[in-house]
Design a binder for this molecule. Structure first.
Ligand code: CP
Length: 327
C-alpha cells in the first residue's frame, strides 16, 4: 500500500498526549479527523497495512473492561506497522501492591512509544503524562473523557453530513456517568453543532444549561428537531443509587424504538458508543435498522486511533531534539 503524505498535518500538530477534547481547538480536532479519513482511505477502510510507524511500540494499559477501544487501538497500531504490548490488571503485579504509576513506568521501561490507558479514576492519563517520557493517550478515565470515542463519533457524523456546523445532535441517557458524553459535548460544540443534552433529571446536571447547552428531559419533545441521536448506555456499574424507578420506565421515556423513528427526520443518524443494551436505550429494530451507523462507528475507531498515534508520534519525534517544551 502507498503511504499518504501527511507531513502538512504533522507540521501543524504540537501535542505529545491526547488526554481530552475539552482542551483541543477546533483546528486540532479537524486535523485529527482529516488524518483519520486519509488513513482510512489509504488502508482500504482500515483493513490493510501501511509502513508508517514501523519500529514503534504501543502499550495498552487497561484497568477496566473494553472490547472496542482496546482492540481498535491494538489494530490501529498494527495497521501502521507498530508492535503492541497488552497489559491487563488481572494477573499483573498490581495485585502485589505496585502503584498505577510504577506499573506504567515499568511497561515504559520495556521501550514503548505510546501508552494507551483506561482507568476508573478521572485524571489518571494526566498523571501518566507527567510521570512518563512517552506519549500518553486517554482511552477513558472514569466518567471524565473518552477523546477517541468523541473523535470517532465526529468522524462518523462528518462522513454522512460533511460538516457538523448547524447540525442538531442530541446525547440521550446517562450523561452523569458518561465520558463519551463529555468528549462529544466539547467536540461537537467546537465544530459548531447544536448540542442537546437529554435524560432524566437525576442523570443530567442543570449546570450544562449554565454552560450554554440545551438541556431536555423528554426525548419526544426534541426528537423531530434532531439530525443525530447518540444513545448512551445506562452505566449501572458507576451508580450508587438507581436514578429511575425501573429499566422499563426508563425505556418507555428514552428508548429509541420503531414508534419514535416515525417522529424523527427521514435522514436521522442513530449512533451508540456501545456496548449497547438492547431494549433499554435502543430496540433491536433501531439498532439493526437502516439509520443505524453503530458498526461504522466501530470501524472509524481504528481510523481515529491510527490518526492519534501518527500525530502524537510525529510531534514526539520533532520535539525529541528540540529545546521547545511540548504539550
Ligand atoms: N465505546 C467503548 O468505549 O467501548 P468499550 O468499553 O468496549 O471499549
Amino acid at each position: 500500500m502507498s503511504v499518504p503524505d501527511l507531513s502538512s498535518y504533522a507540521e501543524r500538530w504540537n501535542r505529545r498526549h491526547l488526554l481530552d477534547l475539552e482542551s483541543l481547538s477546533a483546528d486540532e480536532i479537524t486535523i485529527l479527523l482529516d488524518v483519520a479519513q486519509a488513513l482510512k482511505d489509504a488502508t482500504q477502510g482500515c483493513r490493510r497495512k501501511l509502513s508508517l510507524l514501523t519500529g514503534k511500540t504501543c502499550a495498552n494499559l487497561f484497568f477496566e473492561n473494553s472490547t472496542r477501544t482496546r482492540n481498535s487501538f491494538s489494530l490501529a497500531a498494527k495497521r501502521l506497522g507498530a508492535d503492541t504490548v497488552e497489559f491487563g490488571s488481572a494477573g499483573s503485579s498490581t495485585a502485589k501492591g505496585e502503584t498505577f504509576a510504577d506499573t506504567a513506568k515499568t511497561i515504559e521501561a520495556m521501550g514503548v512509544d505510546w501508552v494507551v490507558t483506561r482507568h476508573s479514576t478521572p485524571g489518571t492519563p494526566n498523571l501518566l503524562a507527567r510521570e512518563l517520557g512517552c506519549c500518553v493517550l486517554n482511552a477513558g478515565d472514569g466518567p471524565h473523557e473518552h477523546p477517541t470515542q468523541g473523535l470517532l463519533d465526529l468522524l462518523t457524523i462528518r462522513q454522512h453530513r460533511e460538516v457538523l456546523e448547524g447540525l442538531t445532535v442530541a446525547l440521550v441517557g446517562d450523561i452523569a456517568h458518561s465520558r463519551t458524553a463529555r468528549s462529544n459535548i466539547w467536540g461537537l460544540r467546537k465544530l459548531g453543532a447544536h448540542v442537546i443534552i437529554c435524560g432524566p433529571p437525576t442523570l443530567v446536571s442543570p449546570r450544562w444549561q449554565e454552560l450554554g447547552f440545551e438541556v431536555a428531559h423528554h426525548l419526544d419533545e426534541i426528537l423531530p428537531r434532531c439530525d443525530v441521536l447518540n444513545l448512551l448506555r445506562i452505566q449501572f456499574e458507576r451508580q450508587d443509587a438507581r436514578p429511575f424507578p425501573s429499566v422499563h420506565e426508563y425505556a418507555a421515556l428514552y428508548a429509541m424504538n420503531g414508534a419514535r423513528m416515525k417522529q424523527a427526520k427521514d435522514n436521522i443518524l442513530i449512533m451508540a458508543p456501545g456496548p449497547i443494551n438492547r431494549g433499554v436505550e435502543i430496540t433491536p429494530e433501531v439498532a439493526d435498522g437502516p439509520h443505524s451507523v453503530i458498526l461504522e462507528q466501530v470501524t472509524n475507531g481504528i481510523a481515529v486511533r491510527m490518526s492519534a498515534l501518527y500525530l502524537l508520534s510525529a510531534a514526539d519525534d520533532r520535539f525529541a531534539n528540540s529545546a521547545v517544551d511540548p504539550t
